[in-house]
Design a protein around this ligand. Structure first.
Ligand code: GLV
Ligand code: MN
Ligand code: MN
Length: 415
């Protein structure tokens, strides 16, 4: 078994790379992104990998197989975070993959296929709202319209890339070709309570739920809080409040999950009727038809609310990815690796989004979930034990070296 203590010490070192002095926040194309890439690159080199940063800012280490230039299994996760994040969501999958390669190097072991460990630059979408910038670029599905999105300081993604030392027009160079990639594999904390409640350390992921993210702008009429009669108001925040509750009601009514995670009143003041309100909607479901039907119903409902209140509404789609099945052959390889390590194998669907959703456009994907304390994630209290970290990395390594891996692609892609 891989020692989870040194792996956790590496995760602690990464967690110290933060723009927030008393917590963890690491955004794409920031000074912290640069420092995290540099630290991870040093660990990759120490594990015997050739390292480069690609055209979107992903950090990639390659460990050749028995034959040079053999197709690669890509293994990894993301290095960006939400604001005030936990330290395991993302970095666990990167550091565990590097630890696995380091074990191969120490044993002088080469596999029939190459391994590439990747630290994706942006899975969360915290800075620009659009998610999976790194994995979309690798899969060749990066939407260049994304370059115009702006962060809270008004800096566009294109400008942020320039500042990071990257050329936006060159993003196409990050795209990988299908024949060079066998599959994508990721170890991630479960981010939910199921494994802990079952007393199981890990599971193979069966599929990742589909997701849509929207930005909504409501434009009413600002005015004096003391003088404008209630009957004549076009209060954008009252309209937004009704829409926010409609998001919750729609989700509950059709059995999916939907969240308004941000809401801002522009030029807000205690004595001013809100005239300009922005909020976001994040809506997810296992079945794409259910997600699309809920979105259509919500769209109609919010437009009716705003029309009745004389408030304008503009809805922009920031992100959309369909529900993504994991490849049966990779699920089977995870099950076999569990049995080899004496672990019960269990299957779970993922409610959270992952880079595999974008990578599935390029190759078969698979994921291992590791139990986390109380199911808490996207929060500083996110926690796993060192023993589980070592176990997760050992399981990942077993799947990375699984016999027959080179046959994944022929049989599983697009199933
Ligand atoms: C990523 O963590 C997401 O599911 O939002
Ligand atoms: Mn996350
Ligand atoms: Mn994650």
């Amino acid at each position: 078994m891989i020692d989870g203590h040194s792996l956790c010490a590496q995760l602690d070192a990464l967690a110290r790379i933060s723009s927030q002095p008393d917590g963890l926040t690491r955004l794409v194309m920031s000074a912290e992104h640069r420092k995290a890439n540099d630290l991870v690159a040093s660990w990759m080199r120490a594990a015997g990998m050739q390292v480069h940063e690609d055209a979107i800012g992903n950090i990639i280490g390659r460990y050749e197989g028995l034959q040079p230039d053999a197709p690669a299994l890509i293994v990894g996760s993301h290095l960006d975070s939400v604001r005030n994040a936990g330290r395991f969501d993302g970095p666990l999958g990167v550091v565990a993959a590097i630890t696995g390669v380091a074990s191969l190097q120490q044993a002088g072991e080469r596999l029939p296929h190459a391994l590439e460990v990747i630290g994706f630059c942006d899975e969360e979408g915290t800075r620009f709202g659009a998610t999976m910038l790194g994995s979309r670029a690798v899969a060749g599905t990066f939407d260049s319209a994304t370059l115009a999105l702006r962060d809270d300081e008004g800096i566009s993604l294109a400008e942020a890339m320039w500042g990071f030392g990257l050329e936006p027009a060159a993003i196409g160079k990050a795209k990988r070709l299908s024949p060079e990639v066998l599959g994508y594999l990721e170890l991630h904390i479960e981010q939910g309570p199921v494994l802990e409640s079952l007393g199981l350390p890990c599971a193979a992921v069966t599929a990742i739920n589909g997701a849509t993210r929207l930005a909504v702008t409501l434009t009413g009429t600002a005015g004096h809080a003391g003088t404008v009669p209630m009957a004549g108001r076009h209060d954008a925040l009252c309209a937004a409040a009704t829409c926010v509750l409609a998001v919750e009601e729609t989700a509950k009514a059709v059995g999916l999950v939907a969240t308004v995670g941000r809401l801002e009143v522009h030029d807000a003041a205690i004595n001013v009727i809100p005239g300009d309100v922005h909020f976001t909607i994040d809506l997810r479901a296992a079945r794409d038809e259910a997600r699309l039907a809920a979105l259509a119903a919500l769209d109609a409902h919010m437009r009716a609310v705003c029309s009745a209140r004389g408030v304008g509404i503009a809805i922009t789609k920031l992100h959309e990815l369909a529900a993504t099945p994991c490849a049966p052959q990779i699920i089977a390889a995870i099950d076999q690796a569990c049995s080899k390590l004496g672990l019960a194998s269990h299957h779970l669907a993922s409610g959270a989004g992952h880079d595999g959703m974008a990578m599935a456009e390029l190759c078969p994907i698979g994921m291992i979930f590791l139990r986390c304390k109380g199911g808490i994630s996207h929060h500083p209290d996110e926690s796993i034990t060192a023993a589980d970290a070592g176990l997760g990395a050992s399981l990942l390594l077993e799947v990375m070296r699984a016999p027959g891996l080179t046959g994944f692609k022929a049989t599983s892609h697009n199933l």
